[in-house]
Design a binder for this molecule. Structure first.
Ligand code: F6P
Length: 364
């Protein structure tokens, strides 16, 4: 017999994205409005659990946040409760603080934890679940790379932002007869690159899933130039790499569970294409602008349905699942099936086929 849920806590973990507030609102409003539950907000993701920072969330606290980007709870993409890096002076030590986190929650009378996050957040959520804490996951990330769900909220807004930027770069590329290389985020998955590249009418799209050949890219831009199309648009995913080569790493963040931060491929390509094709090239790195701003209507509705569904499933007795959108339906899968996996773009994806059919190159 499962313990009755009377009080829940909610946290937002990992990199932020548009729509987090919409989920917090849906979780808290459904919990309070429909079921009369107590709701707690954990500050700064798992770091708040480690440091004992959480506060009650009332109905009014989550009003007027549906359209606001970011997260009212704060987030953190470093703190891992199972391997927390504690510093004293120059020395660092890693500790497992997961039992203390569970004690904190039970001390406040919390019966279940809603974890809104990406793969790193879900990996810890699955470990908490294995220790007996009732957990529900909600899939967030602009990268759309979370395994088990067809779509994550935040992705649609990021693609919209990236596409608007590509449209703007298009006009200046045309005026100056330049090759413009626009770098988009996405880590090791090319979802943002593929969607914004197709939507922005890119001449070349580079994805992590399809390692490119520099010669093939140069052929495309030179051919365009010879035909009088004196500018070209290249959309490069930050995780794109040459055939047999490596990704470009911008930074390594020591105490992060995933220390590698990608970035800089656009600069590398601008130099290489400029030298090889003899054309004027510029790099535009969109960066964190893709994570900011107001969520699109699509993301607001997805986030609202995910938040609502998390509470519905919990109250119906489901535990330790991730809410997912699969084959057009809102459902859930066990967290342990998600941990340690990412969803990349399949090479036979319909959008790759469509892009190839209209003459877009993938540099292969
Ligand atoms: O996972 C979301 C994401 O924005 C990636 O697309 C990007 O590689 C990474 O986070 C950047 O992380 P940070 O905010 O630590 O720079």
């Amino acid at each position: 017999m499962k313990a009755k849920i009377q009080s829940i806590a909610v946290l937002t973990g990992g990199g932020d994205c548009p729509g987090l507030n919409a989920v917090i609102r849906a979780v808290a409003k459904t919990a309070i409005n429909k079921y009369g539950l107590g709701v707690w907000g954990v500050e700064d993701g798992y770091l708040g659990l480690i440091e004992g920072r959480m506060h009650p969330l009332a109905y009014d606290d989550v009003s007027s946040i549906l359209t606001v980007g970011g997260t009212i709870l704060g987030s953190c993409n470093k703190a891992n409760p199972f391997k927390y890096t504690a510093r004293s002076g120059k020395r660092t030590r890693t500790k497992d603080l997961s039992d203390e986190c569970i004690k904190l929650l039970t001390g406040y009378g919390v019966d279940a934890l809603i974890c809104i996050g990406g793969d790193g957040t879900m990996a810890s959520a699955a470990r908490f679940a294995a220790k007996g804490l009732a957990v529900m996951g909600v899939p967030k990330t602009i990268d759309n790379d979370l395994y088990g769900t067809d779509i994550t909220f935040g992705f649609n807004t990021a693609v919209t932002t990236a596409t608007e930027a590509i449209d703007k770069v298009h006009t200046t590329a045309s005026s100056h007869h330049r090759v413009m290389i626009i770098e988009v985020m996405g880590r090791y998955a090319g979802w943002i690159g593929l969607h914004s590249g197709v939507a922005g009418g890119a001449d070349v799209i580079l994805l992590p899933e399809m390692p490119y050949e520099l010669d093939k890219i140069c052929e495309v831009v030179k051919r365009r130039s010879e035909r009088g199309r004196r500018f070209s648009i290249i959309v490069a995913s930050e995780g794109a790499r040459p055939k047999g080569g490596k990704v470009v790493v911008a930074q390594r963040i020591k105490d992060s569970p995933d220390p590698v931060r990608l970035g800089g491929i656009a600069n590398v390509l601008a130099e290489q294409i400029g030298a090889a094709a003899g054309l004027d090239c510029r790099a535009v790195i969109l960066g964190h602008v893709q994570r900011g701003g107001t969520p699109t209507p699509f993301d607001r509705t997805l986030a609202t349905s995910f938040g609502y569904k998390a509470i519905e499933l919990l109250l119906a007795g489901t535990r330790n699942h991730l809410v997912v959108h699969k084959d057009g339906k809102l459902t859930s899968i066990p967290l342990r099936r998600v941990a340690g996996k990412i969803k990349t773009v399949p090479k036979n994806h319909y959008l790759i086929k469509a892009a190839l059919a209209v003459g877009t190159s993938f540099g292969v």
